[in-house]
Write a protein that binds this ligand. Structure first.
Ligand code: SF4
Length: 212
């Protein structure tokens, strides 16, 4: 079976660099990572527009949970997400809102800390690690699962074994992991949708599930 980076090479050549995450600061990135849970990025953009004046940790922390919920309403599940943002801000405050010193922690320690925040699951924690704290990690989301299974890889069903299997010895650099996740999302949106459009797919030649 072809190595996982075959997929990377093919989709990188097809779609080009994605340069994720679309945010000006690590804090904005992490707010976006919570807002995007169970919704599309388009809805997140609307919520981010509303909350733009508060995209600073102390300022956002000064908002009451109900005010924050109203501002992020377009992202859906806004009451739950406001609670999660508050929990994240509480944790961030405990670390003096200091992204630089948090970056100094090991990937495993930081992952454990993020997973300890209420409402931050494995996918959200890994997206934060990768794009907010510059830690190399493979993000296992529904798109990655769909593409890897369809392509023909016999992947583990649960999150961490899937992630560890793809990461291998983590010998690739940070940019590789940043691009890999972004490219898989792009590929799932353009070709490997719920109903795949296999015509013109860059993986078609080797894909076990190609249609037509
Ligand atoms: S050939 Fe079809 S099923 Fe396979 S990766 Fe491409 S779009 Fe998905």
């Amino acid at each position: 079976m072809l190595h996982y980076d075959f997929i990377y090479k093919k989709i990188y050549a097809h779609y080009g660099p994605q340069r994720w995450w679309p945010a000006d600061t690590a804090f904005e990135m992490m707010v976006g990572a919570i807002l995007v849970q169970n919704t599309s990025w388009r809805n997140v953009e609307k919520a981010l527009e509303n909350v733009a004046p508060y995209l600073y940790p102390k300022r956002m922390r000064s908002l009451k949970e109900a005010q924050l919920a109203q501002l992020i309403r377009p992202s859906g599940f806004y009451n739950i997400k406001a609670k999660r943002l508050k929990a994240f801000l509480h944790w961030f405050r405990d670390h003096q809102f200091d992204v630089c010193s948090l970056k100094g922690k090991s990937r495993e320690d930081l992952r454990k800390e993020l997973l300890g925040i209420k409402g931050v699951g494995q996918e959200t924690a890994d997206v934060m690690l990768l794009y907010g704290f510059d830690k190399p990690v493979f993000v296992v989301d529904a798109y990655a699962r769909r593409i890897f299974y369809r392509f023909g890889y016999d992947m583990p069903g649960s999150y961490d074994p899937f992630r560890i299997e793809v990461e291998g010895d983590l010998s690739q650099d940070l940019l590789f992991w940043k691009e890999f996740h972004a490219l898989l999302v792009e590929h799932a949106k353009q070709h490997c949708k719920a109903k795949p459009i296999c015509d013109g797919c860059p993986l078609r030649e080797h894909c076990m599930q190609r249609m037509g």
